[in-house]
Design a protein around this ligand. Structure first.
Ligand code: SF4
Length: 430
């Protein structure tokens, strides 16, 4: 989501004559777009500002703005502690960015914009053409969260659930496709909670699937409790909807899920997976896991391992629990570090084995790859298959923007290597 926001911030800043530079020592203005989910996010901001200070030790000070969720959560503290920062702007106040920069240019005054003006933000974004021309683009359709999982800062930093209008999203998709995008990933903190005047995520996917040149649609991140039957059906009826679903579960133990306030049980989660598999057997899953959440016993952890093995996630993102200031879980006693570390090592070892087995099963099979860019010179192209696996093939013909049938001949944990097979057999033009 920050990647989408950063692109839109750039589109906005162009209006007041700023342009991107690769040479960081010549920048007049730095905007650090931050993510508060990451551990030690605030420390990273201070660290980055330290690096900027060093670069500009003997030069005119650039404008420094901290944007994103760290700004939202800790804006005033940042401004008070680090005098080098000119402004903090929360994620729902980007519409004020140009005005903020101009004010700083003129008066050099500190600014804090951390209101939740999400409607205003997207009205401003809508008025500025999205210039992104990547083959695979992001599009934020929903922001905020009403779920209040006890470990998470998002409801406090991004505010309540908000969905953009279906018309403005279809229009923005058309702009992206006209710019050259062939794949769009719909983004939301709770993407499947999307609801605009009763129109759900499945309605939006159906609408944008009608855009002829758009070949692939993905969405992330889903909450299991918002996975309604219309979305399950969309996976059957919309060919352009890719078969990899990121479905965070966090833990395999009902006790821990309850403590986290995740609002679903493992049995319901597995039932959902079963329904999706039934409707489309090719569907695979990825997920997020928190290891060592307060109160996690050996038996709770074993249930997480059992779930991991049962679902055979092709990608598992796992982290040791670390408290986020201001969240209810931050007041709980944490599991001993050595125990959490041991559990994480065990979890990741099994997750890697599952992934290895999966990647091996792709060798000598055919994949459909959408190519995004060239790598290492003229003859190699990078793309992704339907499950978002990275694939590299050699070709002397320009493959960028094309979906080709590829036979996978080799691979490692990160990348698959293939050769262009015969002609594309599948009709993606729906
Ligand atoms: S549903 Fe996701 S974004 Fe919302 S509180 Fe829970 S973890 Fe955070």
């Amino acid at each position: 989501m920050n990647e989408y926001d950063s692109e839109r911030i750039y589109d906005m800043a162009k209006k007041i004559n700023y342009k991107r530079t690769e040479n960081l020592s010549e920048a007049d203005c730095y905007i650090l777009n931050t993510c508060h989910i990451r551990e030690k996010a605030t420390e990273k901001v201070y660290h980055d500002i330290g690096r900027i200070k060093k670069k500009f030790r003997n030069k005119k000070k650039p404008i420094v703005i901290v944007a994103g969720c760290v700004a939202q959560a800790e804006g005033e503290i940042l401004l008070n502690r680090e005098k080098y920062i000119n402004a903090v702007i929360g994620p729902q106040s980007y519409q004020k960015l140009n005005e903020t920069i101009i004010n700083i240019e003129k008066k050099y005054k500190k600014v804090s914009s951390t209101n939740f003006d999400v409607i205003d933000k997207f009205d401003t974004f809508n008025s500025i053409k999205n210039l992104n021309s990547k083959i695979s683009s992001y599009l934020t359709i929903q922001e905020g969260c009403d779920k209040f999982c006890k470990f998470c800062v998002v409801p406090y930093t991004r505010g309540p659930e908000f969905s953009r209008s279906i018309n403005e999203l279809v229009d923005e998709c058309k702009v992206l496709v006209n710019n050259g995008s062939r794949e769009i990933t719909l983004l939301g903190q709770n993407v499947n909670a999307y609801n605009f005047d009763g129109k759900r995520l499945s309605d939006l996917i159906y609408e944008i699937s009608k855009i002829k040149e758009l070949k692939r649609i993905r969405y992330t991140t889903s909450h299991p409790i918002d996975f309604t039957s219309d979305l399950i059906d969309a996976h059957k009826s919309i060919d352009k909807l890719m078969p990899l679903i990121h479905l965070p579960v966090q833990s395999g133990s009902n006790k821990i899920l309850k403590n986290m306030n995740r609002k679903h049980k493992i049995e319901e989660y597995l039932q959902l997976i079963k329904k999706l598999k039934k409707i489309k057997p090719a569907i695979r899953f990825s997920s997020d896991f928190i290891i060592g959440y307060p109160g996690e016993t050996e038996s709770d952890f074993d249930q997480t391992i059992k779930l991991l093995k049962e679902v055979e996630y092709i990608n598992s993102y796992s982290f040791i629990y670390s408290p986020r200031p201001g969240t209810p879980a931050a007041k709980k006693d944490i599991v001993q570090e050595s125990i959490s570390k041991r559990r994480l090592v065990k979890f990741q070892k099994i997750a890697e084995e599952i992934k290895k087995k999966y990647k091996k099963s792709l060798i000598n099979k055919k994949s459909f790859v959408l190519f995004e860019n060239k790598v290492r010179g003229e003859e190699e192209f990078f793309g992704r298959d339907e499950f978002s696996n990275s694939v590299i093939v050699k070709s002397n013909k320009n493959l960028i923007g094309k979906i080709e049938s590829v036979k996978i001949i080799d691979g490692n944990q990160k990348t698959l290597f293939g050769i262009i097979d015969n002609k594309l057999e599948k009709d993606f033009a729906a």
